[in-house]
Design a binder for this molecule. Structure first.
Ligand SMILES: Nc1ncnc2c1ncn2[C@@H]1O[C@H](COP(=O)(O)OP(=O)(O)OP(=O)(O)O)[C@@H](O)[C@H]1O
Ligand SMILES: [Mg+2]
Length: 358
């Protein structure tokens, strides 16, 4: 699949853009703060409905405007889809697919699959668990249509439960109503746990192979799911921790506390891995993400590389480029020569300057 055309209006510092992209490598180069990442971000939003940089949709609209538009035309074999996102300062965003307005964000997933890779992703292993959950969620939303539903319901129930915990602190009689939320939390949470478990098994299998290739069989990578709670213990954990939860006004167990662990040659890479090992393992995991989308959805995702090539050493750069040959790749960089050195195919090259693309 590939993004054939992109239209932006009043999107961040990009006032007006209409651009045709190539099903291959597209490079956007330019000085700092010109709009390169903004452009990648808009494609990511077209795929997921959300920015990878902010939760606040309003930030995406140009400072001096009240609304912004993103339109992407996506070609997938013989299928052509048009994704329209209309952002407004005074109301929720509207999304239309092929001119039909969708009511739920979940309906957007699958029209455009993307994998985004930025320098921060190389720190996947070092970062906090929240970043790793985000990695899991963004991938699963794109490959499993019921995941997003369960996830959004789970977070809704969690919010209600936490708000009830706060009320119980001043009104003990409400404690008896907590079970209503607990049952729903267990219901949605268990589905999330079991989907994540299956996902991490698959990601582990693929990234193990990739990691072994990059390190010339020197390192064995093992990714393990670390659920906050097991499905069969969920109810008991919630019940046992009621008083603690009331005291801290927050829910101490559930998928919102999940994590994943990375082992290199049986040693926990987060605690003991060298920086290079951690970064290579992150690269293997990101590349596994692409392959998993291909296996599960039978499509090749669009790869968004935000200034990441310059972060990798020569061997890693070569490995990455060799492994993304079949995909549409959208690359941002400051120096175009460094990127071109590694590529042996024809690419589209654009300059980005002050929100204008030429
Ligand atoms: N809502 C907005 N309205 C107008 N300008 C904005 C808005 N949001 C961000 N910008 C501006 O967009 C500019 C470009 O940001 P972007 O992150 O795309 O830069 P970049 O080209 O990727 O730079 P770098 O090479 O440093 O990563 C920034 O200077 C920022 O101030
Ligand atoms: Mg940038």
């Amino acid at each position: 699949m590939y993004v054939k055309k992109i239209y932006l209006k009043n999107y961040r510092n990009i006032e007006n853009l209409e651009l045709e992209l190539k099903n291959g490598v597209n490079i956007f180069y330019g000085k700092n703060a010109q709009g390169k990442t903004n452009l990648l971000e808009s494609i990511y939003i077209g795929a997921t409905g959300r920015s990878h940089r902010t939760h606040k949709d309003k930030e995406l609209i140009n400072f001096n405007k009240n609304e912004a538009h993103i339109r992407l035309e996506v070609q997938k074999d013989a299928i052509f889809d048009k994704i329209d996102i209309h952002l407004k300062t005074d109301s929720k965003k509207g999304i239309a697919i092929n001119n039909i307005h969708i009511k739920k964000l979940g309906e957007l997933f699958g029209y455009l699959n993307v994998v985004i890779f930025s320098p921060e992703d190389l720190n996947l292993i070092k970062q906090g668990p929240q970043e790793r959950r985000k990695f899991i969620d963004m991938e699963l939303c794109q490959i499993n249509s019921i995941y997003y539903y369960n996830l959004s319901q789970y977070y809704k129930v969690l919010k209600q439960r936490n708000s009830l915990l706060k009320k119980i602190a001043t009104n003990q009689s409400l404690k008896d109503t907590l079970f209503v939320w607990d049952n729903q939390l267990i219901d949605f949470g268990s589905k999330i746990i079991s989907i994540r478990e299956d996902f991490i098994k698959k990601i582990n299998k693929i990234s193990k192979k990739i990691h072994s290739d990059i390190t010339e069989n020197k390192e064995d990578l093992e990714i393990k799911y670390k659920p906050s709670v097991l499905i069969e213990e969920f109810k008991e954990k919630l019940e046992k921790n009621i008083d603690k939860d009331i005291l801290y006004k927050t829910t101490s167990y559930g998928p919102h506390k999940d994590d994943m662990l990375f082992f290199i040659n049986n040693i926990n890479a987060r605690d003991f891995g060298s920086q290079g090992q951690q970064r290579t393992a992150s690269l293997s995991t990101k590349l596994a993400e692409i392959q998993l989308i291909e296996e599960e959805r039978a499509v090749l995702p669009v790869l968004l590389l935000d200034d990441v090539l310059s972060e990798l050493d020569k061997d890693r750069q070569k490995f990455l480029i060799k492994n993304i040959k079949k995909l549409q790749v959208i690359i941002t960089c400051t120096g175009v020569e460094d990127v071109l050195k590694n590529l042996d195919e024809e690419c589209n090259i654009f300059n980005v300057s002050d929100g204008k693309v030429t």
